[in-house]
Design a protein around this ligand. Structure first.
Ligand SMILES: NC(=O)c1ccc[n+]([C@@H]2O[C@H](COP(=O)([O-])OP(=O)(O)OC[C@H]3O[C@@H](n4cnc5c(N)ncnc54)[C@H](OP(=O)(O)O)[C@@H]3O)[C@@H](O)[C@H]2O)c1
Length: 263
């Protein structure tokens, strides 16, 4: 995710000289510096020197340890902290740094890798208007952004757009497999599946109608689509399956907060 953000920012016109990264594996660090032309600091503390904004693109289990490590540096200049770690609440970060620190928590998703991500942002009350704009600008470099006024819906966002790309990959995987079993070549099944998914998403984004209406519009009574949807909706109970799946993802996000939210 860190590399996606670096790539997105550079593609968006930010100069690589304005970006400093920190990465414990020196081989990986050299590859990142080579690929993006950014500077790599020798350690996390050095990476924070003179920073206006710090993105914490590390795993939830490592987050609070790194926050504690950079604390002496960030308390001097108070750069905006942006955490993209799943599950870790702003108050957990605040407990490590101290109160009144500007923090933005973001839930992005993997299409950020190709600048088509979807991120939800939450800012604590210590984030000023300029910092909000800055955080939004950074995340907009890798896709769509929305602001949440409260932090709590972020677990639902995690279950929807954070984990969502995998749900669509699964649906595409199932459609492709079925098409092959029903007689298409692998190449044709793959191409038609992916283009159909892309076309449907684009059509829904560009249409004024909601997705339920679009679905009804392509479902002629007695036709082929209706025959398939009968199986998916009535027999497969797809709607309740999705509800149960996303409820579980949301609970897991809440659990992560309990597991890794203490330092
Ligand atoms: N991937 C997603 O779809 C997604 C979606 C939403 C949110 N997120 C969140 O984004 C964050 C990053 O996820 P990811 O998939 O990009 O993970 P990742 O590929 O494991 O990247 C984490 C990076 O942090 C580095 N790191 C580990 N310990 C560090 C330390 N002490 N100081 C500095 N850097 C350190 C790792 O280096 P090494 O590899 O050398 O250890 C690695 O380069 C996670 O918190 C995740 O919850 C991810």
């Amino acid at each position: 995710m860190g590399c996606s953000l670096i790539g997105g920012l550079i593609a968006d016109g930010h100069h690589p000289d304005a970006i400093t990264g920190s990465e414990p594996d020196s081989k990986k660090a050299a590859n990142i510096a080579g690929e993006y032309g950014i500077q790599i600091a020798s350690d996390n503390l050095q990476a924070c020197e003179d920073a206006e904004l710090i993105i914490l693109a590390i795993k939830p289990q490592n987050l609070l340890g790194v926050v504690n490590e950079i604390r002496p540096s960030i308390l001097k200049t108070k750069p905006l902290l942006v955490s993209i770690a799943a599950g870790i609440q702003v108050q957990s970060i605040q407990k490590v740094i101290g109160n009144d620190y500007p923090i933005v928590r973001v839930m992005p998703n993997t299409p950020a890798l190709i600048q088509t991500g979807a991120s939800a942002l939450y800012a604590n009350p210590d984030v000023n208007a300029d910092q909000r704009t800055l955080a939004e600008e950074v995340m907009r470099a890798v896709g769509l952004t929305i602001w949440l006024e409260d932090e709590s819906p972020i677990d639902t966002v995690t279950a929807l757009s954070g984990s969502g790309p995998a749900y669509f990959f699964l649906v595409m995987e199932c459609m492709q497999k079925a098409a092959i079993e029903l007689g298409l070549s692998h190449q044709h099944a793959r191409l038609l599946t992916l283009e159909t998914a892309f076309g449907a998403a684009k059509m829904a984004l560009e249409s004024k109608s909601d997705v339920a209406t679009l679905r009804q519009q392509v479902t002629s009574p007695g036709g082929t689509t209706e025959a398939a949807l009968d199986v998916l909706i009535d027999q497969g109970q797809l709607e309740s399956l999705f509800f149960d799946a996303m409820k579980k993802a949301k609970s897991r996000s809440e659990e992560l907060a309990r597991e890794f939210g203490k330092f």
